[in-house]
Ligand binder design. Structure first.
Ligand code: NAD
Length: 261
């Protein structure tokens, strides 16, 4: 028998959701009936147009709110402006690749702020809202790099391991309540953050685009296939279902076997 997940009446906030995985999760939650608040640091017509398209196609309420996740006060204000937050998806993230002695301090600070600290700030404002609503889900988007490391990604690996720790603490602080917190750890997904790494890697190894994808990126992903934003949307929706009521404080890998190696 088909098992459908109904999130009607729930309000979801997804940080960094005008593209990629965040947008895929927003679509999936909206298709399951949740109202969605989309976010990024820009305020373009096309950002608001994405929210309108989701509202039109799914029938839920969808809004786009600009907030820069590198700034503590804007992270907190985003959740306050959302008005309520039953489902919080901490997804905003950036990447920078360099050896530690050459790693620019401002890139380290930006990655730690956007990929890790933002989740602390949004969670701090969202938890009291979840408690008064009597239900909540915090879903942190970590990475295979939250469980394993690669050279030249010091800040990203540190932030993604950090968010796994924050996930466990959030789960323990809410364990006796109908609130869960989990981290999803994707392997490679072909989104902007990955596209941007392809030209430099092509130059570095003198490889074609296809060689970079197969020999460098998917080298560590035993399935030899990218995970998709739709699969991540499905994983997030599952974590919001009643089947996942007792899943808390853990990581769910969507990585084609990367972390099994
Ligand atoms: P993406 O570049 O398409 O998405 C990143 C999102 O974060 C965008 O919407 C961007 O606008 C937003 N963002 C960046 N800086 C921001 C800021 N200061 N304030 C608010 N929003 C900001 O890439 P993606 O692959 O969809 O990445 C989403 C998340 O998934 C990230 O946390 C990333 O680390 C994680 N992830 C991605 C992969 C992958 O292979 N693509 C793998 C593992 C984890």
């Amino acid at each position: 028998m088909a098992h459908t997940i109904d999130l009607s009446g729930k309000n979801a906030v997804i940080t960094g959701s005008n593209s990629g995985i965040g947008l895929g999760i927003a679509w999936a939650l909206a298709r399951a009936g949740a109202n969605v608040v989309l976010n990024s640091f820009t305020d373009r017509d096309e950002d608001h147009a994405i929210a309108s398209q989701i509202a039109t196609e799914t029938g839920v309420k969808a809004r786009y709110l600009k907030a820069d996740m590198s700034k503590a006060d804007e992270c907190r204000q985003l959740i306050t402006d959302a008005g309520s937050c039953d489902i919080l998806v901490n997804n905003a993230g950036i990447q920078y690749v360099a050896a530690i002695p050459d790693f620019p301090v401002e890139k380290w600070d930006a990655i730690i702020a956007i990929n890790l600290s933002s989740a602390f700030h949004t969670t701090a404002i969202a938890l009291p809202m979840m408690r008064s609503a009597g239900w909540g889900r915090v879903i942190n988007i970590s990475s295979a790099h939250g469980l394993t490391a690669s050279p030249f990604k010091a800040a990203y690996v540190a932030a993604k391991h950090g968010i796994v720790g924050l996930t466990k603490t959030t789960a323990l602080e809410t364990a006796k309540e109908p609130i869960t917190c989990n981290a999803i750890c994707p392997g490679y997904v072909l989104t902007d953050i990955v596209e941007k790494q392809i030209p430099d890697t092509m130059k570095k190894y003198d490889m074609s685009r296809e060689e970079v994808i197969k020999k460098v990126m998917l080298e560590r992903q035993p399935s030899k296939e990218f995970a998709t934003v739709e699969q991540l949307g499905g994983t997030a929706t599952f974590l919001c279902s009643s089947s996942a009521d007792q899943i808390t404080g853990t990581t769910i890998s969507v990585d084609g076997g990367w972390t099994a190696l």
